[in-house]
Ligand binder design. Sequence first.
Ligand SMILES: [Fe+2]
Length: 399
Amino acid sequence: MSSDATAEPMPVIPPGFTPHPWRPISAARIDADGFIEVSWEDGRSFRAYGLWLAENSDGYGLDPVVRESTIDPIDLPVAGGPMTCEVDGDGALTITWGDRTGRIHPGWLRHVADGGHLPDAPLPRPVVWSTDAVTEPPTVDGTNVMTNENVLHEWLSTLMAFGLCRLINTPADPDFLGELMGRIGPIRDSNFGHVWDVRADPVPNSTANTGLGLGQHTDLPTREVPPGFQFLHCIRNEVSGGWSRMTDGLALVAELERNHAEAYEALTTLDWVFMNRAIDADHRWIGPMIDFGGPHQPLTIRAFYPVRTAPHMDEADIPRAYEAMRVFSTVARDPSLQLSYPFKPGDLVGFDNRRVLHGRDPFDSGGTRHLRGCYMDHDDVKSRLRVLARTHHREEAHT
Ligand SMILES: [Fe+2]
């Protein structure tokens, strides 16, 4: 350790821009298989491959400005070649590979050892909800959401955890939704447009733009990757009816698996072709209604009957696929799972379009009901939240 206990450690550039507390390494040794085993004073140890450390070392692999690795694999040291290491007086790891030397930030290495680099690590864990505990949408006061990053962090964190969060007290201005999205990330465009209107049109272009009720559904299951989040902002609401309904797909899937095993099996394994029928668009995808995707992919519920085009399964499976869908819709509308609430001007509701099913009650056309809507991919909301979390965690550390 440094002889001057108050001295700052000699800076080491870590990979990336996430701040890491300094976690001095207490010992390091090279193993015969090319790994370096490091340990910390609290007893935690971690084996890191020498060539991976080369890529991530300050002074060798890392570019000091962009903080990314710059070594093409063909230029990496030869595995099993000369390598030495030592822990310096500040607790950082210094390694030499032949004539190259680099230092490893010990806090960054500890963060990897603890899994802090994994995609979901800085994000809140999902909270599975039903109307036993959640009787109205989780709500955040949005008065200062355009100027206060703590409000934005609270809203996006709650949205990530519950798959649903309502901002209240926002300006009922048709431009506000686009402005707020500008503080998060790029809007995902679609055949509906960049930011679109939901209201009863004299000549509607979709069921959404009528006063008809809409059963529980998810938008755009016709896409390989349906939009991750949907945002609806209420500008005017003078109608009776038209309440929103939300069902947590995680609770729905759990209920189906627990109490409707046959339907669950059919819904998770039998494929459907989804296809939109717009004049100027022809998106198609094929998959089950409850789509777990591949490893590391999130759940996608593909549930929108207007674009569910044809079964793609053995003929003998089609009747049970229909029965399973009836069970799905029945459970999705069960009052124990389905939340129902009105829209007020200034309410802005975000929800995870791949997890949470949404619908609405019919409404009369005696007044105006005007919502503005848009989509954003999971990637961009999560990225913004991770960046906000960097500051948030720093502030928490100082309080
Ligand atoms: Fe919808």
